[in-house]
Ligand binder design. Structure first.
Ligand code: RB5
Length: 148
């Protein structure tokens, strides 16, 4: 599995921990930054990861900022991106089973390392259930600018 990961300064430490964990598990990981705790703007990084997922260059993406909110807002503007902000295990598992999430978003100021790694492992390993959930995802193609 090819994974692209990115963060802002607020989640740099957790990103480093997750990146090492994924590499140790044998996954191919592309890190698009940030590369230090110096302040950066989360949209710049969120766009890099989301565009790579949107274009099919990577299987999955992981984005982190302080809360996860800004990164998820940015990522979900991209076609084909289903970014799920999951600071708990249940949401992470369900985002795979029912939503086929392709970007996991985490809040580095919300969760600790141990929970973060548990969420990442569950999210990587949980398959999409398809069936009625695929039918619902297919309806995303009809989404426009809010008009019904
Ligand atoms: C940075 O201070 C913070 O605003 C950012 O990491 C994120 O939480 C935004 O949603």
């Amino acid at each position: 599995m090819k994974v692209v990961i990115g963060c802002d300064h607020a989640a740099y430490r957790l990103k480093q921990t997750i990146k090492k964990h994924l590499i140790d598990k044998g996954l191919e990981v592309q890190d698009v930054g940030a590369f230090s705790e110096s302040s950066v703007d989360y949209p710049d990084i969120g766009m890099k990861v989301a565009s790579k997922i949107s274009n099919g260059f990577y299987d999955r993406g992981i984005l982190l900022c302080g809360t996860g909110l800004g990164m998820s807002m940015v990522a979900n503007r991209f076609v084909n991106v289903r970014a799920a902000l999951c600071n708990d295990l249940f949401s992470a598992v369900m985002s795979r089973r029912h939503n086929d999430s392709n970007i996991l978003v985490l809040g580095g100021r919300v969760i600790g390392d141990a929970l973060g790694l548990e969420i990442v492992d569950a999210w990587i390993e949980t398959p999409f259930e398809a069936g009625r959930h695929q039918r619902r995802l297919d309806q995303f193609d009809k989404l426009g600018n809010g008009d019904s």
